[in-house]
Design a protein around this ligand. Sequence first.
Ligand SMILES: Nc1ncnc2c1ncn2[C@@H]1O[C@H](COP(=O)(O)OP(=O)(O)OP(=O)(O)O)[C@@H](O)[C@H]1O
Length: 386
Amino acid sequence: MALHNEAEVRMPATTRSRAADVAAADARTEADVVLAMRGVTVDYGATRVLHEIDLSVRRGELIALLGPSGSGKTTMIRTIAGFAEPAAGQLLLHGRDLAGVPVHRRNIGLVFQSYALFPHLSVADNIAYPLKVQKKGRAAIKARVAELVELVQLAGHAGKRPARLSGGQQQRVSLARALAMDPELLLLDEPLSNLDANLRREVGEEIRRLQQRTGTTTIMVTHDRQEAFGMADRMAVLREGRIEQLDTPREVYRRPVNAFMAGFAGDANLLSGTVTATGELTEVTTAAGVLVTGDEAAPGADVVVLVRPEDVRIEPPAPAGPGLLAATIAESFFYGSSLVVQADAAGTRIQALVTGTASTRFEAGQQVSLRVDARDAVLLPRGAGA
Ligand SMILES: Nc1ncnc2c1ncn2[C@@H]1O[C@H](COP(=O)(O)OP(=O)(O)OP(=O)(O)O)[C@@H](O)[C@H]1O
């Protein structure tokens, strides 16, 4: 895995102390780990699909599993659920080794994108199903179902069959059914992917609220980074069967570990350059001009500077200098709440995202300056993970 080359690019002091904080918090919360994956390796025949995955999921948190198609997300969740057996490594649920424990004895709740509801049963009977299988008493089942129907806001729909509900409502039934057993861990496999785009965010926010209210430890697979950003406490990004980065959405976006992660987390300007001055700030000379950053690097180091489009400010033309690039507007695209501007800085294309610009217009050919603050320029090692 390509990570920061510590010799060349060092994290700023704030990030270093944060790393120490995280390590201390990890030690404190060891007892709070619900699911521990230790060196979990999974093969399909001769093909290794997951490589020695280490992951600790803490009580009450929601971890989003994200990654390109084929990176192993589904395999990971299937392995945790018990549909696939690891070739090596250990899975511990509250310290209990899951090796050989069948799916239905793991006390793990599952929600699939397809809802998987029983079409001939009412909402209430769908939710009651796992409780009946467990031979709970009639009164206890009735009380629990009423509670869950209320929780997922389906009061008034309890007697209906799934076909009479909207996709979002069906997904809530499926969630209520998964929560019926008070699972130690909830697994959500692309829970929103069958919903209309405009319903997705609403149902996503609802699931997140419910998850927080019930304190249910959850792992959710998604291929939608917005979904992961909006819902997760932490996200684990898989790449070719390995965890490329595990961090809060904010850190993944602001401090990706390499160029792959930078591009995966969002739109990114990635400028190759060489460190030409060091001191309080680091100066990097790129083809587009000189950028400055608070990140530390050795003089002469080859690096990549990451600048997010929303951190590029378009200003009237002025002589170029550190952090200020001379550029020409190439084109712009109006997206309602934002304007995406493409500019050319000495032959390098730079993207800027401008918001609140109803009255602002940029014409192709217009001369401008592009300002990038030192705190918004993030150093990545050259070549790593591109
Ligand atoms: N039953 C199987 N037999 C053999 N190979 C498989 C099987 N299922 C998945 N794979 C392979 O394992 C790798 C990981 O697949 P997996 O479905 O876990 O990825 P994913 O990240 O969930 O992808 P997607 O986002 O497309 O669902 C892929 O290379 C896939 O081709």
